[in-house]
Design a protein around this ligand. Structure first.
Ligand code: TRP
Length: 334
């Protein structure tokens, strides 16, 4: 009964790289607190990763590691449905159907497609182009109210909403209209070496990975770029002082201190004291997460039980939606 009243939330992360501080502070950290209010589904979007060529062994390893890391970050598998996309075959099936309700023109306008085609000019495959239709299927199978994703995914959620309108316009109320839910509420963490760009695995020196050891984390923070202004004081001013302001965002997200409190704490101390303090706060934040992930990754039987139970629960819900869709569009029932 209680479950029926809860709103449904769904999101996915591609296991295409190791999780980092930006993923944690910007997204995952907020996920764990939602479990009591929402019925939450989180999945490893492995089917999306193959739109770009992957090394099979790495993909397999990262998918399992990511599950371990989600759990270590506080996502309780008893309270959230955690699963691997490819384990729930309904994603591929509804993905195909929805491709037939997504327009070539719509897909051509997607910024992510344009960006990724530039970066992978030798592999502009059909999957890369049709990716948003699969993402719409990921979403719509679970009839969620909210889809919490980064701003870069907003366009894909908008496309999904267009597909709902088109589909429901023909067949009646089959899909619930999902809402984009910005994860901006979390901190937007920038690269430590180029604070104009988002923290990303593609710039490893400016990126702190969840599994990184404390020495490396400290080194990265000590080398973080600060700003070449003359005042050399810790003050929050993202436009003038992007480097220092980013470190302040990190410190604030980790310690819960406000910018005013941080400015007061480091008044007269300069950057030399500030940078290692941020590093130490991050080391202590990540220590239990790293240790718990390492413990979980060795417990393969447990991880298997989590993703099997997740796939079973997700599959049950997904199948209900898929049956309805097949019936509406006129597929003969088996
Ligand atoms: N496209 C998302 C990303 O690259 C991942 C994703 C796939 C997703 N399917 C989804 C996110 C469905 C939310 C809902 O980050």
């Amino acid at each position: 009964m209680e479950n029926e009243a809860k709103k449904v939330m769904l999101s996915g992360i591609q296991p295409s790289g190791d999780l980092h501080l930006g993923n944690y502070l910007g997204a995952i950290k907020n996920w764990s607190v939602r479990a009591d209010q929402f019925d939450c589904y989180y999945f490893m979007a492995d089917m999306h990763t193959i739109t770009v060529r992957q090394n099979p062994a790495d993909l397999r390893r990262r998918t399992l590691e990511q599950l371990a890391q989600y759990i270590a970050c506080g996502l309780d598998p008893e309270k959230n449905t955690l699963f691997v996309q490819s384990h729930v075959h309904q994603h591929a099936e509804l993905g195909w159907v929805l491709q037939c309700y997504t327009m070539f023109g719509e897909l051509s306008r997607m910024t992510q497609f344009k960006d990724k085609s530039k970066k992978n000019a030798d592999n502009i495959n059909g999957g890369l182009f049709a990716y948003p239709s699969l993402m719409a299927a990921d979403i719509l199978l679970y009839q969620p109210d909210l889809v919490p994703v980064g701003e870069d995914q907003k366009q894909h959620v908008e496309l999904c909403r267009n597909v709902v309108q088109r589909f429901n316009g023909i067949y009646g109320d089959v899909f619930k209209m999902p809402e984009f839910y910005s994860t901006k509420a979390g901190a937007r963490i920038m690269c430590l070496t180029q604070p104009e760009s988002k923290m990303s695995k593609s710039m490893p020196e400016g990126c702190v990975f969840l599994m990184e050891n404390p020495d490396d984390i400290m080194r990265k923070f000590k080398r973080a770029v600060t700003d070449s202004d003359t005042e050399r004081c810790v003050r929050y001013a993202p436009d003038e002082k992007p480097g220092v302001s980013n470190l302040m965002s990190i410190y604030s997200a980790v310690t819960g201190k406000s910018y005013d409190e941080i400015e007061a704490e480091f008044e007269g101390k300069g950057y030399g004291a500030f940078k290692p303090a941020v590093g130490e706060a991050v080391v202590e934040l990540l220590r239990p997460i790293r240790e718990e992930s390492q413990r979980l990754i060795k417990d393969k039987a447990y991880l298997e039980s989590v993703y099997r139970a997740g796939a079973e629960k997700a599959g049950y819900v997904a199948e209900k939606t898929l049956r309805k869709v097949y019936k509406k569009i006129g597929f003969l029932q088996r």
